[in-house]
Design a protein around this ligand. Structure first.
Ligand code: PPE
Length: 305
């Protein structure tokens, strides 16, 4: 998706002009995929732009870094404030936010110990990731021929930039085959997640979502949606899913910061009822929650100014 420039990008402690936010071609992370990143959204609320679960996202950035042994030379509070400053500097009521911590120019070779971590935070307007009517119409899914990372190959719990080669391979394969998105299975064959979303599946009235141990990212939308589903009175459980569970599901939806809540209308050409009533109810509450319109979830909205 094309990027629309905004005035400023936060880089290593200060806001610089969009066009000046540059790195050297010998930047370590460009060569080895040794960065960690986040995807966050700010939404328009009655009180101004609010960043959805900002602190939780920044904490996860630090956890991603810790998993790969990277030290971030800032505190969580500093990067929370830096994110707010970046959003405020755009003047936009809502936007997508991309913080990234990476090893910069100056060291080469696989030993990251001497590398210095740099941090940048950019934001720009970004629309619906899986299409504007992804709740109503749903998306066509294909089980990928690519396997999700094994925990001892690339830890899937860390949003490491290099991990996303796996996601890109699966995404492009699915698109070229005429599908909208791919579902990734773990090395043991159980359902992990999608290329950039967590997955939920309804079977026998119970809403199930795969655990981190199956290779799913600890999704912040996944957690939010689970809480919302519980508050709506639904039975929600973290449990393993086989691909056959997907083929006979009563409903499937996927969720993520970029994708929000999107229905699935088929998996490997087996139709899934869509839009399902539980999916619709959850998507509606989520859309209100992120915009600060539901008092139960107001503390998830962190005002940018
Ligand atoms: N799994 C993966 C692999 C993933 O990348 C994301 C977010 C999720 C699950 C959902 O996590 P959360 O956003 O905390 O609910 N994917 C981000 C990047 C997508 C991209 O194309 O880049 C996002 O949604 O921002």
């Amino acid at each position: 998706m094309p990027i629309t420039p905004t005035p400023k990008i936060w880089m290593n402690g200060s806001l610089v002009d969009w066009d000046d936010a540059k790195i050297h071609v010998l930047t370590h992370t460009l060569h080895y995929g040794t960065g960690v990143f986040e995807g966050i959204r700010a939404y328009e609320t009655a009180d101004g732009p609010a960043v959805f679960r900002l602190t939780d996202h920044i904490v996860r950035l630090f956890n991603s870094a810790k998993i790969i042994g990277m030290e971030i030379p800032y505190t969580v509070e500093e990067l929370v404030q830096a994110t707010k400053d970046t959003v405020a500097s755009t003047g936009l009521p809502s936007c997508y936010i991309r913080p990234i911590a990476y090893y910069g120019y100056g060291e080469m070779g696989l030993n990251t110990l001497p590398c210095r971590t740099e941090v940048a935070i950019a934001c720009w307007p970004w629309g619906a990731y899986l299409g504007d009517d992804a709740v109503e119409k749903g998306v066509r899914m294909k089980i990928s021929s690519w396997t999700r990372h094994d925990h001892n190959i690339m830890p899937p719990a860390s949003k490491t930039t290099g991990n996303y080669v796996n996601s890109s391979l699966a995404k492009v394969e699915a698109l070229k085959a005429g599908y909208d998105e791919a579902i990734m299975l773990a090395p043991n064959g159980l359902v992990a997640e999608c290329t950039g979303e967590n997955l939920f599946c309804v079977r026998n009235g119970i809403i199930l979502t795969p655990p981190t141990s199956a290779g799913a990212l600890e999704g912040i939308t996944q957690q939010s949606v689970s809480r919302i589903a519980g508050d709506l009175g639904f039975d929600v459980r973290v449990d393993n899913l086989a691909r056959s569970d997907l083929y006979i599901a009563e409903e499937i939806f996927v969720c993520g910061t970029a994708a929000e809540v999107s229905s699935v209308n088929s998996v490997d050409d087996r139709a899934v009822p869509c839009p399902g009533p539980k999916t619709k109810a959850i998507a509606e509450v989520y859309a209100a929650a992120v915009r600060g319109q539901d008092a139960r979830y107001r503390d998830w909205c962190e005002l940018a100014v």
